[in-house]
Design a protein around this ligand. Structure first.
Ligand code: ATP
Ligand code: MG
Length: 365
């Protein structure tokens, strides 16, 4: 096994830059997730590590070895692609054994090795089938098994669950986590699904437009997003973002005002500075007494059983597109569309972002 280190990796295609100055180090045995919207450069980074894509600039190390010039097949990495591409004419057992046969592993050992992997992936009963006789989820597990059986030093997974239906995706996600706990192979995993990122990762790397936005543990990024993009990307429903301006120690949100949190007083933003306020749906409640922070007009109510999601818009906004607030409440709360709701914010959990650059201004740390 091995650590993977990227030092200021840039990859250009002709005139356009797919990834720029990417630096991070995945320690031996950890599970890192690259996440970000379509086109942000996730697959390019993975393909670079695999050796399927040359780097334009920068250094790439696997273990202590600089591998920029090392061809893919000598890097001892296994990559599972989104379209997992099993060999259609081979059985499951032959697919699983393929990588080992290519590496001239002693045939007497191959059988035992693939059986262990097949058992851990719950595909041992399918060994004699051909891929077309398997469900999508089973094919996916065979593709994972084929990669694991090789015992690579590094495991690279590019959206491996995206072809599965919701239930199977949840199950396979949990299996993947279990597998990593069992085998401990250094893993870099690409997804645009923030739930996969949050649940699987030791560390998340959030990317946008070819550049790293933030690196950290899932909970740390969730609690302290570095900018508006990260704030909006991790969390479902996403963080509410409201355009506002600061005046006289209060925020003006359209025609309504919201007090600055007490701990924010030291901040000396220029008068009338335009900001984006961020508040997660779980930190907005329906006000119970006389006091409230903002009022919204309810537009949509979504009962989910365990909780209810409510979407509202700020009334009398001075803009063509009204500002939206989402909140999560208990299952018994059931307002009607059109109803005006007074809301209470947990101001300790308020974020302030620069509305132009998107950088977080508050909390300071
Ligand atoms: N071979 C190529 N030639 C030119 N541009 C490319 C090539 N491969 C990727 N790109 C560009 O590089 C950028 C990053 O692409 P990449 O495939 O890494 O994105 P991604 O984050 O994996 O997106 P998705 O979530 O859609 O898979 C995109 O703008 C893409 O158009
Ligand atoms: Mg991709």
């Amino acid at each position: 096994m091995a650590n993977v280190r990227l030092e200021e990796i840039t990859r250009r295609f002709g005139g356009s830059t797919a990834i720029k100055d990417i630096s991070f180090e995945v320690p031996d045995g950890q599970f890192w997730v690259l996440v970000g919207p379509s086109g942000c450069g996730k697959s390019t980074i993975l393909r670079t590590i695999a050796g399927l894509e040359p780097v334009t600039q920068g250094k790439l190390y696997i273990g202590d070895t600089l591998v920029n010039q090392v061809p893919a097949r000598q890097r001892d990495v296994a990559m599972v692609f989104q379209n997992y591409a099993l060999y259609p004419h081979m059985t499951v057992a032959q697919n699983l054994a393929f990588g080992l046969r290519m590496r001239q592993v002693d045939p007497s050992k191959i059988q035992g090795q693939i059986e262990t992997v097949a058992r851990s992936l719950d595909i041992a009963h399918l060994m004699d089938r051909k891929p077309r006789q398997l469900s999508g989820g089973q094919q996916q597990r065979v593709a994972l098994g084929r990669a694991i059986a090789r015992k690579p030093r590094v495991f690279l997974l590019d959206e491996p669950l995206s072809n599965l239906d919701a239930q199977l995706r949840d199950d396979t996600r949990a299996e993947l986590k279990q597998l990593h706990q069992n085998f401990g192979i250094t893993t870099v995993y690409v997804t645009h699904d923030q739930v996969e990122a949050m649940t699987l990762a030791d560390q998340i790397v959030v990317l946008n437009k070819g550049q790293i936005q933030q690196i950290g543990e899932p909970q740390a990024i969730y609690a302290r997003p570095a900018n508006k993009m990260v704030a909006a990307f991790l969390g479902s429903p996403p963080m509410n973002l409201l355009e506002a301006r600061l005046d006289d120690q209060q925020f003006w949100v359209d025609q309504q005002t919201l007090p600055c949190p007490a701990t924010m007083q030291p901040i000396k933003l220029p008068k009338s500075q335009r900001v984006s306020l961020g508040i997660r749906p779980e930190h907005v409640q329906i006000a119970s007494g006389e006091k409230f922070h903002l009022q919204v007009d309810v537009t949509v109510v979504e009962p989910l059983g365990r909780e209810t999601l409510i979407r509202g818009i700020l009334p009398e906004g001075d803009r063509t597109a009204p500002q939206v607030i989402n909140l999560q409440t208990g299952p018994t709360v059931n307002p009607k569309p059109g109803e005006r709701l007074p809301l209470q914010f947990n101001l300790d959990r308020l974020f302030v972002f620069d509305s132009i650059t998107g950088e977080r201004l508050y909390p300071f740390e």
